[in-house]
Write a new protein. Structure first.
Length: 480
């Protein structure tokens, strides 16, 4: 009994890192009602590393776009860094001596999350090289792998009729341009005239355009609004606001209501510009082309490691969820079934613990994981030398990352950390960060911070979170 007061005094004299707390500044967010799960630890040489910071690390919270590190790890594990997705033009017919294809021309979507207009142009060129000069049948876009995928988030469901953003794109294995329409807004020569609004992808007006943009005198400023509406005869881009006569053209992106139909529209316009008429019109299909279909042209995606860099650096929800659907092992999967594949992967990680993943993007607010679980994933990838370079390259350094809002904190934080952030504002606030750090002595560490609000918590800025986190991590990095 005499030793207990002395032991307690010695315990109180220990630094917070020894107690496993460490996040002294970040933890103050709890005073405003935010729920926090956090952990930072060094990576040992085959042994558990020293814990430098810990705040309820097993607590299950929403990770928002931190979910994308699960997607990246699972995709690298399943497919490998050099995997490419193939999009094909196929037909059961062959062109005759005059180049006439007596049958349907089918675009077989390969689940490429980064299929672009340039890829479609390449397909058309290769179709021409294959001798096709005319199609008597129809152009059919086949999304037999997946699509249209049922919406399970508010943003995507509302986007089936109208949308004012580019991040909530609907999903299809035959989508192009990340499921977005693009229009270019350029000033007219004379102030007061309507601006010039054209399609980014075609000489045709795809989609239909409702131009409400006025041209203003030099240096009047440019302020644009854009909304994609869906009417009975297809999508319409309604663009409003103003643009100065001396302004550069601006590109505006909004999600389409039917990605496969959008791909058909764009490809049909390109075939027309290449003087390859299609007599039977266009359609979409969920049926796999028959085994007898012959490949007329094909285009491959960039390697998976390049796709993941874009997916995580820009936190591209469309790419992440498309890749998750590519990983599902059931025919024509739903987004939830794609999440099952990610959960199964998480279950193979030593020491991970429970997780609920309903998507690969993190747009689904039902996703749940723990700071300790995410760190287990990061350590698992660190110990896989054939995959780790591709995995860590998809993260950002605060000092030179593409997202400007992370460029905060000391030089130590900016240049010794690589991270991925996650943000949600509805139904509750989520600010999440995960990644690797290097100490001053060159040791590797992992950290994850999950901050969730409630209906009663105030708005939480990234400045508040990153300023406190950077100071906590700075101390850990400096101390080792």
């Amino acid at each position: 009994m005499l030793y207990r007061p002395l032991s307690l005094c010695l315990l109180l004299l220990l630094p917070l890192t020894a107690l496993g707390h460490g996040f002294t500044r970040l933890s103050s967010l709890a005073d405003d009602g935010f729920v926090i799960g956090a952990e930072a630890r060094l990576l040992g040489n085959g042994e558990p590393g020293e814990t430098l910071g810990s705040l309820e690390p097993q607590r299950l919270l929403s990770p928002a776009s931190v979910t994308k590190v699960y997607l990246a790890a699972a995709a690298l594990d399943r497919l490998g860094p050099q995997h490419r997705f193939t999009t094909r033009l196929v037909s059961t017919a062959e062109p005759d001596d005059q180049g006439v294809l007596h049958g349907d021309l089918v675009l077989e979507g390969g689940g490429d999350p980064a299929l672009t207009t340039e890829d479609l142009w390449r397909l058309v060129q290769r179709l021409h090289q294959a001798g096709v000069r005319e199609v008597t049948g129809s152009l059919v876009v086949s999304q037999w792998r997946f699509g249209p995928v049922s919406c399970i988030t508010t943003d995507r469901c509302e986007g089936e009729r109208r949308v004012d953003n580019a991040y909530s794109a609907l999903l299809s294995s035959a989508a192009v341009n990340y499921g977005n329409w693009c229009v270019t807004v350029a000033p007219a020569r004379i102030p007061g005239d309507p601006a010039e609004v054209t399609s980014c992808d075609s000489q045709s007006r795809l989609p239909r355009i409702d131009n409400r943009v006025a041209t203003r005198p030099d240096d009047s400023g440019t302020e644009l609004t854009a909304e994609r509406l869906t009417e009975d005869d297809g999508d319409v881009m309604r663009v409003g606001g103003q643009i100065s006569t001396n302004a550069h053209p601006r590109e505006v992106y909004r999600t389409s209501a039917d990605p496969a139909a959008q791909a058909a529209d764009i490809l049909m316009a390109m075939l027309g510009q290449a003087d390859i008429p299609v007599q039977g019109g266009q359609a979409t299909s969920t049926t796999q082309p028959p085994a007898s279909a012959r490949r007329l042209a094909a285009v491959d995606s960039e390697p998976l490691q390049e796709l993941l860099l874009r997916t995580l650096n820009y936190s591209n929800n469309f790419m992440a969820d498309t890749l998750a659907l590519d990983l599902a092992e059931v025919p024509r999967p739903s987004l939830s079934q794609a999440g099952d594949a990610l959960e199964a992967f998480a279950g193979t990680i030593p020491g991970h613990g429970p997780a609920t993943l309903e998507s690969g993007s993190g747009l689904t607010p039902e996703n749940r994981t723990s700071a300790a679980g995410v760190n287990a994933l990061l350590e698992h990838m660190f110990r896989r030398p054939s995959l780790f370079p591709s995995f860590v390259a998809a993260l950002q350094s605060p000092g030179n990352g593409v997202m400007r809002f992370i460029r905060r904190g000391s030089a130590t934080f900016q240049h010794h950390v690589m991270l991925k952030t996650g943000t949600l504002n509805q139904p509750v606030t989520v600010r999440a960060v995960t990644g690797y750090f290097r100490t001053l002595s060159g040791r590797w560490g992992v950290f994850t911070v999950l901050v969730n609000g409630t209906g009663a918590t105030p708005y939480l800025s990234w400045t508040t979170v990153l300023d406190r986190l950077s100071r906590d991590l700075d101390a850990m990095i400096q101390a080792h």
